[in-house]
Design a binder for this molecule. Structure first.
Ligand code: CU
Length: 162
């Protein structure tokens, strides 16, 4: 019979796994681990990453997002301009049928513009994603200092906007 100590250890392990991997489902879409980098307290913009998987047989489209922590949320991508990586705002991003859309450092991301509060490491903040087919899906974004790989920490997404 499992000892109380073993049960407690298992519960703790499960608890910490939940902190780092959280998933959301809506319609044919799965949204995996929305996360954001830790930010300095004076930050005015933030960036959110996540992966959307589409289990359906029709494409869906990410049209935008909103969060109470920011004045507005924009869809951005990085484009290579000569040797420079530049940012460009997009109106939408397609999630192909049976495929996935990855928002990750160096590529597509959601840009939180005009931060009203800067969430601390370990905290989560709500974000509503708007999809053409699946509609509005609310997720919690984890502020996660450990998730970023060392080389991603060097690559700075805290670019300036006008
Ligand atoms: Cu951006």
């Amino acid at each position: 019979m499992a000892s109380l100590r073993t049960l407690l250890a298992t519960a703790l392990l499960l608890g910490s796994a939940v902190v780092f991997a959280h998933d959301y489902h809506g319609g044919d879409l799965d949204i995996a681990h929305p996360w954001s980098r830790p930010l300095p307290p004076v930050a005015t913009t933030g960036v959110t990453y996540l992966t959307v998987s589409n289990k359906g047989d029709a494409e869906d489209v990410l049209l935008g997002a909103e969060s109470p922590v920011a004045e507005k949320v924009e869809i951005h991508t990085h484009i290579k301009d000569g040797e420079l990586m530049k940012m460009r705002q997009l109106n939408e991003l397609v999630i192909p049928a049976g495929g996935e859309l990855i928002l990750a450092p160096g590529g597509h991301h959601l840009m939180l513009m005009g931060l009203k509060q800067v969430p601390a490491v370990g905290e989560r903040f709500p974000l509503t994603l708007y999809f053409k087919k699946a509609g509005a899906l609310e997720v919690d974004v984890a502020v996660d200092g450990e998730h970023a790989k060392p080389e991603e920490k060097v690559h700075d997404d805290s670019h300036h906007h006008r």
